[in-house]
Write a protein of this length. Structure first.
Length: 205
C-alpha cells in the first residue's frame, strides 16, 4: 500500500496537482491549518468522508469564514446561494469518489454543486480521500463509484431509485437519479490549485 500511495502522489504531481498523505484526522487538521490561511473563506461539498473526519466541525471552530450549508432549517434557496458562493471561496473542500493510480480524480454528482467548484472558481481545492477509494484505472474508478458509492449515497439521501433496493447500479432513468454528472479531472493549468490529501483510513463510500 505504501508503494501504491507513493505512486499516486507522484502521478498527481505530474498532473499539476499536489498530493499529501496523513495517517489520522489529527494529522489532517495540522496540515489544513498550514494550507488554509486564517480568516479566508471556505466552502465545502457534501461529503461523508469530511463528516466522518470532523472537518465541518473543524472549520466551524477555527478562524475561518465557513460557508456552512449544513445549518439546520436552511431553505432550498438559501442552500443554492451558498452553492453559488462556493465559486468565489478562497478554498473549496470536498471528498471524492475515486483517485486512480495515474493521478486522476473521478466523481459522479447529482446536481453538479460538488464538482462544479472543483473545476473552476475557488483559488484552491482540497480533496480529502480515504485509501479505500484508490482505483487502478478510470474504468475501475467508474465501476466502484456506480456499483458501491452511488447505491449507498442514494440510500443516505433517501432516494427511491432502483439501486437502493438492488444494491447495484442498473443505469436507471429514475427522476431521482443521482448519477447525472460524470467528471474526470486529469490535470490542472494552475499548478497545485487542486490538493489531494490521502488519509490512511477507509472513509465514506
Amino acid at each position: 500500500m505504501e508503494v501504491k500511495i507513493e505512486k499516486v502522489i507522484s502521478n498527481l504531481n505530474k498532473n499539476n496537482m499536489a498530493g499529501y498523505f496523513v495517517n489520522s484526522a489529527k494529522e489532517l487538521f495540522v496540515l489544513l491549518t498550514k494550507l488554509i490561511p486564517e480568516r479566508s473563506t471556505v466552502g465545502c461539498g457534501d461529503s461523508v468522508t469530511l463528516e466522518e473526519l470532523g472537518v465541518y466541525d473543524f472549520l466551524r471552530r477555527e478562524n475561518y469564514i465557513f460557508y456552512d450549508k449544513f445549518v439546520p432549517a436552511l431553505t432550498s434557496e438559501e442552500k443554492r446561494q451558498i452553492y453559488l458562493k462556493n465559486f468565489t471561496a478562497d478554498t473549496f473542500m470536498t471528498g471524492t469518489n475515486a483517485i486512480t493510480a495515474d493521478g486522476k480524480i473521478f466523481n459522479i454528482d447529482g446536481n453538479g454543486s460538488r464538482v462544479a467548484p472543483m473545476l473552476y472558481g475557488p483559488e484552491q481545492v482540497i480533496v480529502i480521500v480515504g485509501i479505500n477509494k484508490l482505483a487502478e484505472d478510470v474504468d475501475s474508478a467508474i465501476k466502484r463509484t456506480r456499483q458501491i458509492a452511488a447505491p449507498f449515497d442514494a440510500k443516505r439521501l433517501g432516494k427511491e431509485t432502483p439501486c437502493v433496493t438492488l444494491n447495484r447500479c442498473i443505469d436507471c432513468g429514475h427522476k431521482q437519479r443521482i448519477c447525472n454528472d460524470f467528471v474526470l479531472i486529469t490535470g490542472q493549468f494552475i499548478k497545485d490549485r487542486i490538493k489531494v490529501i490521502l488519509v490512511n483510513e477507509d472513509l465514506g463510500y
